[in-house]
Design a protein around this ligand. Sequence first.
Ligand code: G3I
Length: 393
Amino acid sequence: MRMGWVIATVIAACLIAPAPSGAAPPPGPCAGQSAKHGRAAANLERRARILKARGRPTAARALRRRARWEARLARYYEEQARARGLPRGAAVTLSTLLRSQVLRRSFLTGFEQLTPENEMKMERLQPARGVFRFAEADRMVRFARRYCKRVRGHALVYGRQLPHWATDGSLTAGQLGFEMEWHVQRVVERYAGRVADWDVVNEAIDADGDYTQNVWYLALGKAYIERAFRTAHDADPTARLYYNDSGIELPDHPHTLAVRKMVADLRRRGVPIEGVGIQNHVSTSHHASEAQMARTIRGFTDLGVKVAITEMDVRLDTPGTPARKLDSQRLVYRSAARACRKNPSCTSFSTWGVGDGVSWLGPAAAGLLFDRGYRRKPAYRAVSRSLGSPETP
Ligand code: G3I
């Protein structure tokens, strides 16, 4: 009897264990999604028929539109479960998520992972010393879970978007170290089990390969990086902890080499860093080729860490007709997606936004996978195919 219980417990534990790195979103909460949305579609259709029969065609049409959307979601989840491609991710802000139905819909049927663009940064989570405001981040995590999307937490320790109290010079180095660890602990513990991956330290090295002179470095030296990772790991030992940086897509660039050296050193000393996020903010004229990106990824994975493409966008800065520019953009995206897909330790592929209308680069840069009207651009299909993800129409 007791043995049976032990075996059942072990089997249950295996079933709820986190998906292996690089796998598609966990089957658990996603498994019923297709059926759930299929049922919702059928229900709405039935109610629409009743309304039409009762002489209320306008209300019936509105219900039919919702039914079509539910049916599309059902198709997406079904195809997604079958395809098991690498997760596609996008950064979004809570305000656009709430404001724009078309963004929500493009996101929901186009991506499997969500990165809160600003809502998990320190200035937002702890605007006053010791006063945490989790409401916005909580809403985003709830939204993601409702639709079975993974969440990439961004960014625990960063030299920018800091609250005034951390940068105004009023704290001693000892106090800053304590506050940094307290922040990391509170935030990671709160989302333990719900945020699968964290950008623990963001942009700690600059383009010359030197440590960035941010408030943490100036107070604590490079030891702040190790302390941040150790604290995050203690707070949630199951989360995958990443160092995330921009300008590290070329394999021999001094910036990339410096990050590699830092990661190798952290690994050697047993610091719990599990991955490197390559942001990949590039343009049609300046970007890594597929071979270069493959080498960059391998340079990191050879150290025993995972890699994720975390913030890709491709500014259009080469001359040509609009169609030609979009094609150049497609090729740049495809190179990065292929290089990621071909390395089993590359875990996900994210863009920094969904559509060109809402991007830190501004609409003219047109760097994302959807255009201003949230129509799919050629790069969207190229990325999806390269990653093995569905393109639900
Ligand atoms: O929230 C205020 C708002 O109250 C005010 O009215 C408005 C006026 O300009 O500013 C708003 O804050 C802006 C914030 O985004 C939220 O929209 C800041 O000015 C603006 O500087 C901030 O920019 C963000 C930037 O990080 C700051 O460094 C971008 O949205 C965000 O996309 C960008 O993301 C970074 C990643 O975290 C790290 N990698 C690079 C990437 C792109 O720069």
